[in-house]
Structures are given as C-alpha cells and as structure tokens.
Ligand binder design. Structure first.
Ligand SMILES: Cc1cc2nc3c(=O)[nH]c(=O)nc-3n(C[C@H](O)[C@H](O)[C@H](O)COP(=O)(O)OP(=O)(O)OC[C@H]3O[C@@H](n4cnc5c(N)ncnc54)[C@H](O)[C@@H]3O)c2cc1C
Length: 358
C-alpha cells in the first residue's frame, strides 16, 4: 500500500506514526522545507499529557524528551481578575525538537522523507492513499474542493518573572473579534520563557498586556493563521483515496484553536478508515468523536458569553476548582439568574466535550 503524506508538520508526522503500524505500508512524506532549516510553525505549544500518552500507547513514540515544561492544568482568569482552575496535567513542547524527534523515529521505521518537495496537486504524487497535511493554506484541500476559515493569531515569546505551574487563559469581551466574535489571551510557560498571545493582531496583544499589567522582555514576535471550520475531510479522486488532517482539514478546535490534540486523534481515525476501506468512515469518526466543526459552532456561544456572565462565574469559582466546581460553587452557579441558565444549557455539551482532550 503506497501512502504519500504532503506536509511534515505535526499532523503529517503523527499520521505517519499511526499508518506505519500497518503491515505493508510504504510511506513517503513530502515536506517543502529543506532538512537543515526544518522548523515548526508558530504555536503556543500547549498540549495535555493525556493526548501525548495516547500517542505513545498507539505508536510507541515517546514525546517526553521534547517537553519544555510540565503544568498542573489550566488557570482561567476572568475579566474581573477572579480565577478558576482545571486540573488536567499538561505541558508545553519544544515543538521543533518534537517534530525533528518524530522525523528521526520515522526514518528508523523506513518512512521516506522527500525534503524540499512542495506538492500542489494530488496528481504530483504516486500513491494509492494521499494524506493532505500541508497546513492552513493547504493546496490539497483546495484541490478536492474543501474550504476552511482563517483565524489570525499573534504571539510574543517573553521573559517574565511569573509562576509557571499552569497554562493561563484570560477571558473577556476585550478579546472578542473577527467573524466568530470570540477570542482569549494566553500565557503558556516554557522552561526559560513564556508564549504570550491572542487571537487577533499585535495592537490587541498589547492591549491585553496593558489591561492585565503583564510585564517582561519581548524576545520574539510572530503571527500566523489558524484554520478552523473545515468542510471536507476525505474524497476519492482518480482512484486515489485522499484524507485531510490538521490545519489542512480545518480541524483545529474552533473554541481553543488547539490543533495538536485533534491532529493526533484524527491520525488514529485515518488508520481505522484505511483498515476498513469504506468511504465515509473517516468523516463519521470525526463526527462521532466530537471533532466536527458543526458541533463546535452549536456550542460556541456558550464558551464566549457576555462579560457579565464571565465575571459571575469568576466570582463564584473565586480561585477554586472548575472541573468540577465544589458542591457549594455548583449550587451558587445554578441558583444564579444569568450564570445558572448559561451552565444548564452547557451541561449536555460538556458531556460530549470530555471526548476532546486539549
Ligand atoms: C499563535 C498560535 C498558537 C497556537 N497554539 C497552540 C497550542 O498551544 N496548542 C495546540 O494544540 N495548537 C496550537 N496552535 C495550532 C497549531 O499550531 C496548529 O494546529 C498545528 O501547527 C497544525 O499542524 P499541521 O501539521 O496541520 O500544520 P503545520 O504545522 O502548518 O505544518 C504543515 C507542514 O506542511 C509543510 N507544507 C506546507 N505546504 C506544503 C506543500 N505544498 N508541500 C509540502 N509540504 C508543505 C509546511 O512546511 C509544514 O511543515 C497554535 C497556532 C497559532 C498560530
């Protein structure tokens, strides 16, 4: 079985890790960057340990040497300065090193790398199965008639004097922008610096730093789009079975904009779809497991409520745990006229949300 993967970013590499466990798979990865300069795309590099463990269990690839810093979970900061905690162990990665580590692991498993090879048309590959993992501006997606929305994001790498036990998410209407009218600010700790960013542009990032009195030395500045709301994930064309994954598929979580966890989950779905060989399997697995943008769009407003509701949730959590809140906080939340209604509507969605690790 000849498999070509276009794009050697996280989505292409994890797809190769999963597919290389299939007997008879001959895999070639086409990566447009040259090997000596190969590096990761812009990222805050936050990921849960649960999804990295799943990757290791399924493929034997151990990500732990590439962890920059371990965190105890997520700290959510509300506009009024109150906070709440989600306990779920996570980490920031050294993403370029992580990708280079996966590439070296795959080369040992006889996966071929075609460095400096930019593929713009599926016909340019000689294979039975093609994986489009060529990032947000995917040519493979366009070639099969798919679309995705682009969300702009910007980030500073900063040196700061700040605790680094949690990935910090800052909420509030000041972050809402774009056609989805959403957004948040983040501070993710690395070994010796912090990734600090927002969905949006640099003036929005500067307003965030000012509003929360965040100070430090800016070491690097960068911006990049995140692809969400993909419309097509598989197609059979000229006898070739084509799957899209990662940002090429627009399968980045439209609420958090996290792309690493969906890419790992979808690599497992592609493997199952290849084994079953039935058209539509990949699409139905994406939908069944809650990675479907249609699901996220239904619950989107619940994650980005008005400022007043965010402040009320902050008041009630008041430095406590959010997953789940204490019984007293839960009761106060449900009895509150506005926050209670919001939480009640959210409950059924949250049940499904537990499938989707960050
Ligand atoms: C500011 C910012 C912060 C983020 N923070 C997080 C986070 O904390 N956690 C998280 O989970 N996600 C985060 N994301 C999202 C995450 O970075 C992406 O979802 C992830 O990079 C997607 O991986 P990918 O392999 O699909 O695409 P990419 O990382 O873009 O990789 C695509 C690869 O394909 C190659 N390529 C492109 N075109 C071609 C071609 N024609 N032929 C051959 N090769 C090609 C590229 O060189 C590249 O190596 C963030 C994104 C941004 C912009």
């Amino acid at each position: 079985m000849r498999i070509a993967i276009v794009g050697g970013g996280p989505a292409g590499l994890v797809a190769a890790l999963y597919l290389s466990t299939l007997r008879g798979a001959e895999i070639v990865i086409h990566e447009k960057q040259q090997k000596p300069v190969y590096s990761a795309s812009l990222c805050a590099e936050g990921v849960s340990l649960a999804i990295l463990s799943r990757l290791e269990k399924d493929t034997s690839f151990d990500s732990s040497p590439y962890i920059s810093r371990r965190v105890r979970g997520i700290r959510v900061i509300f506009p009024n300065g109150k906070d709440g905690y989600i306990a779920q162990a996570g980490a920031t990665l050294d993403r370029t090193a992580w990708q280079q580590g996966m590439a070296a692991f795959l080369e040992k498993k006889d996966v071929l790398f075609n460095w400096g090879s930019a593929i713009t048309d599926p016909a340019g590959t000689d294979c039975e199965i093609l994986i489009g993992a060529d990032g947000p501006a995917s040519k493979i997606r366009s070639a099969i008639g798919g679309r995705a929305d682009m969300v702009p994001a910007v980030q500073y790498r900063m040196r700061m004097d700040r605790p680094g036990d949690f990935l910090e998410f800052f909420t509030g209407e000041m972050f809402y922008s774009g056609s989805h009218n959403d957004g948040y600010g983040w501070i993710f700790p690395k070994r010796d610096c912090f990734n600090v960013g927002v969905k949006g542009n640099f003036p929005a990032l500067d307003r965030f730093l000012e509003a929360f009195d965040i100070k430090g030395e800016i070491l690097e500045k960068a911006g990049a789009p995140i692809a969400v709301n993909g419309t097509v994930w598989e197609k059979t064309q000229s006898g070739m079975k084509i799957f899209l994954t990662g940002d090429a598929a627009g399968l980045t979580n439209p609420v958090t904009c996290g792309g690493l966890s969906p890419a790992i989950a979808c690599a497992g779905f592609i493997r199952q779809a290849v084994i079953r060989g039935e058209a539509g399997t990949y699409t139905s697995l994406i939908r069944r497991h809650g990675y479907d943008p249609a699901y996220w769009n239904r619950v989107h407003a619940l994650f980005y409520p008005r400022q007043q509701i965010l402040n009320q949730i902050g008041e009630i959590l008041n430095g406590g745990r959010a997953n789940p809140p204490s019984p007293a906080a839960m009761l106060r939340m449900f009895l509150h006229p506005a926050a209670g209604k919001h939480c009640l509507v959210m409950l059924p969605s949250l049940r499904r949300l537990k499938n989707v690790s960050w």
